[in-house]
Design a protein around this ligand. Structure first.
Ligand code: UDX
Length: 422
């Protein structure tokens, strides 16, 4: 079993650390946030992620997982150092490598000879070489091993991935990284660093494109009087297309798709290729937010000024507490710009958010509302009694941006129902 340092205890770092310790490795996870480290050392996981807390608690109990403050404290004596620090979006759309580079410079002098630094953060093509330079350690090799974890099922995705991608110039380094996944049943794709980095961006861009495509088809369905649910069933049954990632909605969001699609446009542009197709994918996504706002305005009778809108769901998707780049927040901001008063509820959000009256349950969010908008696909919302909701509202109007609700039941309760693409 190997000694592994994981730098960064965010979604990716924490999942990587907990899962590697679960596989039997000895893992030290370092983060600069001392408070976060103190909580984690007590087995208190600060994010909603199924199965993660159990793995952290098990790792701590068996002594295979430790949390320390800082990157330097994590890397002493390890054979592998995983970089899982954020790569936020710079104002020009490119990925900002400041954290990655500064951690590399910090740990470079401390790494054991022949150890391997592994990039798991989503980094622009060419970053493996940038990290190699920042380390100033020719005896330490850098390998790219991108993650494909979905929030909400990150632990499952780590332990049961569709594939494991390892990008390295040195075949021996690639095999050493691949060996860390002993016991994980998945095909390995071993390639050069630039290809591994491109795989990550291409995968996210393709998935985002699939969703934008179905959202565009939903708009066509509305225009021609077709039902997108049946259309998706019809096209998804073609094995070459598949059913996954064809759910129409308020647009994609989260910590990856918005940032990575823009970064890939930029990477291509810098390399002399105009990625017009991907710019279209991004633009369909912003239009989708606007289309949901249009539906809510229509439901309110043409103007949002002073209109109370009840919103169910604030996170960028269900089964997470993550609000980063949430379509729900973008839509709420647009509603507020037009003068709407927003009462919001989300099962995982407790802290106050600018401009949203946060409610303790879905019913409170509907009290006195003229329109109800369902923006995140939390299962709980599906089973709420429309009759009860209708009694609380000042009008029976619902915009179901996730096609989540039982349309006939809401119509029977007197609601005017607007979904997406049907
Ligand atoms: C994504 C990728 O799936 C993962 O492989 C990568 O490592 C990180 O980015 P995540 O951000 O957790 O994962 O979310 P994901 O489940 O992919 O959903 C992204 C967005 O697309 C969400 O806003 C979701 O609501 C939306 N979506 C997804 C749809 O609107 N329709 C779909 O059919 C699927």
């Amino acid at each position: 079993m190997a000694k592994i340092a994981v730098v960064g205890a965010g979604y990716v770092g924490l999942t990587t650390a907990a899962c590697f310790s679960h596989l039997g490795h000895e893992v030290v996870c370092g983060d600069i946030d001392a408070e976060r480290v103190a909580r984690l050392a007590e087995g208190d996981v600060p994010i909603v992620e199924e199965g993660l807390e159990q793995l952290v608690v098990d790792g701590l109990r068996h002594g295979r997982l430790r949390f320390v403050v800082g990157a330097a404290a994590a890397v002493a004596g390890v054979e592998f150092a995983y970089l899982c620090v954020p790569t936020p979006q710079a104002p020009d759309g490119a990925a900002d490598l400041t954290f990655v580079e500064s951690v590399a410079a910090e740990i470079g002098p401390l790494l054991a000879s022949e150890s391997i630094v592994v990039n798991k953060s989503t980094v622009p093509v060419g970053s493996t070489r940038i990290v190699q330079r920042a380390l100033r350690r020719p005896d330490v090799l850098v390998v790219s091993n991108p993650e494909f974890l979905r929030e909400g099922s990150a632990v499952h995705d780590f332990l049961h991935p569709d594939r494991i991608v390892v990008g390295a110039d040195d075949p021996n380094a690639a095999s050493r990284v691949a060996a860390l996944y002993l016991g994980v049943p998945a095909p390995f794709i071993v390639t050069d660093p630039a290809s591994a980095e491109t795989i990550k961006y291409a995968a996210n861009a393709f998935l985002a494109a699939k969703i934008s495509f179905v959202n565009a088809i939903a708009a066509v369905c509305e225009a021609v009087g077709a039902d997108v649910t049946d259309v998706v069933l019809g096209i998804g049954s073609d094995k070459r297309i598949g059913h996954d990632f064809l759910r129409p909605g308020p647009g994609w969001g989260g910590s990856c798709f918005p940032k990575d699609t823009r970064a890939l446009v930029r990477i291509a542009e810098d390399a002399g290729y105009d990625f017009d197709l991907l710019r279209g994918v991004i633009s369909v996504n912003s239009q989708q937010h606007a289309r949901v706002v249009d539906k809510i305005r229509d439901a309110a009778g043409g103007s949002l000024d002073g209109v109370v809108v009840g919103v169910w769901g604030l996170t960028f998707k269900a089964r997470t507490d993550d609000l980063r780049d949430s379509p729900s927040l973008a839509i709420i901001e647009a509603l507020r710009r037009e003068g709407a008063v927003v009462q919001g509820y989300d099962p995982t959000v407790e802290r106050e958010l600018d401009g949203i009256q946060l409610c303790v349950d879905p019913y409170e969010a509907c009290a006195g509302a003229r329109v109800l908008a369902v923006l995140t696909e939390w299962d709980d919302f599906r089973w709420i009694d429309p009759e009860h909701v209708g009694e609380l509202m000042s009008a029976r109007q619902v915009v179901d941006a996730r096609n989540l609700l039982e349309r006939p039941a809401w119509q029977r309760a007197g609601f005017t129902y607007q979904g997406i693409g049907r």
